[in-house]
Design a protein around this ligand. Sequence first.
Ligand code: BGC
Length: 746
Amino acid sequence: MKKYISRVIIAFSVLASAQFVAHAQDVPVYLDASKPIEQRVEDALSRMTLMEKIRVIHAQSKFSSAGVPRLGMPDFWTDDGPHGVRPDVLWDEWEQAGQTNDSCVAYPTLTCLAATWNPSNSLLYGRSLGEEARYRGKDMILGPGVNIYRTPLNGRNFEYMGEDPYLTSQMVVPYIQGLQSQGVSACVKHYCLNNDEEYRHQVNAIVSDRALHEIYLPAFKAAVQQGKTWAIMGGYNLYKNQHNCHNELLLNKILKGDWGFDGVVVSDWGGTHNTDEAIHNGLDMEFGSWTDGLTMGETNAYDNYYMANPYVERIKSGKVGTKELDDKVRRVLRLFFRTTMRTDRPIGFLCSEAHYAAARHIASDGIVLLKNKGNLLPINVTKTKRVLVVGENAIKMMTVGGGSSSLKVQREVSPLDGLKEQLETIKVEYARGYVGDVTGEYNGVTTGQNLDDKRSPEELIKEAVEKAREADYVIMFGGLNKSDYQDCEGHDRKEYGLPYGQDKLIEALAAANRKFIYVNISGNAVAMPWLDRVPAVVQGWFIGSEAGHALADVLTGDANPGGKMPFTWFERLSDVPAHSLNSYPGTWRTDKKIIDEEYKEGIYVGYRWVDKAKTKPLFAFGHGLSYTTFKLGGLRQDKSTMTADGTITFTVNVKNTGVKAGSEVVQLYVHDEKASVDRPQKELKGFAKVYLQPGESKDVKISLDSTALSFYDEKSGQWTAEPGRFEALVGTSSNNLPFKAKFTLE
Ligand code: BGC
């Protein structure tokens, strides 16, 4: 009997393995995950009809493009981005789909993430967002954004990572890696020179090659070469008179040629304007076009996209061949194999406690303590009986609005509620102080808040001041919001000053109570004409679902604010080079169709300009205070001469000399002593964040190679590091670099 059973088992397993072999032989190469991706791409491509190829390179709905059902390739779903997964809209309308499972966690906006100066936060951010995207069935998140902060009026700066190409590059790479680890593609945007929102479809950016390569491209290049992003979104604007979504130089030459990008170029929604340019100049997937079909709604609008029927007609009439089409489809297939065609993609989570914890941690690590005279902060909880909270931004939901990054959140804790929760036994009162924008709706998502208040500004200030006189601390949450012409897509701010008469309120509160703390909620710098009268100022960004918790953590000292400014906070608009040089917003051409914006400041953006023009900003790039103190000491270098292919390492010891745990960011800037071209006084080339317990100390090491010493040589079109003497400037902010070490590049 035993023998019989084993014979049956053997017979069965022979049969099974024979079947397996037969099955494995049947599996087409493109479905065989063990085969190299390029082989799978070629195999799939060879099986596709012309119409199938055309269908995958343009949208079929607001946020999706078609797969190839005949070959078992699913539709491809994109979604905004970049701070949480946008709620679903109807197939062909911007109206909400009305799902009940599309509320998400809103993470801090990218300015806050950049302010953490900690790439591991980016990894956590990307991974957490990727998990939510997976749960929601999204294959691509439209983000992150890495356009450089050039003017504080840009309505979209909050979606970006500040002014410095090195910081932005370091912070964007792990975000992409984290997101893509979940099988969700990043789509890094908006490539490139999309540095202001006003007239964004008409701006023709005029910029020197040096500024392009040294300031505006590095983060995109890092996203491609280090982050290995699977997609890039073209900007709406023009460069060299050609729209960036089909810009020969930017897409074919630089992105795909020089950088070897093998992913897809996605148009911004409605950023495609011309079939021939789209075919030839490197666009791979067209989304959001407003063709006649779409506005009229007579036929399927998507068939009328620039890269749909018009493309087919050109191929059928022999006007264009299929070489470009095949290249586009190869890229799309690569994207499919990286995402929708993977069988091992994680399932993801929505609104998990771990995601809230990530959002809260990143927020408090990015909140910047700008000023803290007499150590007014943190609030002395044991000696406090009454706290007065003032301002619309203490109660207004900030996750709704701002344009395409608007979200529908499962929860958003307001600063007022966060403080009440944290201060438990202390009486927390509220006064409105000013009325800003009481509406709370974006694209069909409503906050449900009734913020109406018909009182006059004088009455509101009077009430706030009276209550302020009775309070132990007064904390005002003011700043901007996500309404049109503020921190919002589509337009720029109209002025640098705070809106809604807040300056008056701030001055009155500062006069009424010595313990006055101003928390600025925004993604941009604002004018602070009252700064000398306000003892404590906190930059609170837009920090999403956990806003109230994170801000309360910081204000009460439960968390030590860890942020450092990712951009220069200029005192006045006329100190900002784009404005002082009359470059912004540009000059309309006589036909009024294009506005030329010449980036006259060249490479001198942010702190580079501060050094050159010798202006004094309100808060320097890299600035941020702490509740503890640090002592940096003993800057050492492992050599004094480095070779072109070698490295040099600097070590500095950081000690927490205070009584609270906290973090410090060691920043290293390079100064070139002599160069054949004009160079900035210094440029950030390394940084490291350390978290230290009281009394603890650590050695921080920062290494440089010759890329950190190079500039973009316009004559040769190459990056060049000239031999000679350099200086490493080390400290904790761009205006506090007490340690210097000289070295030579051979
Ligand atoms: C924005 C993009 C966004 C897209 C889709 C465009 O208007 O510029 O950033 O991803 O819409 O919502």
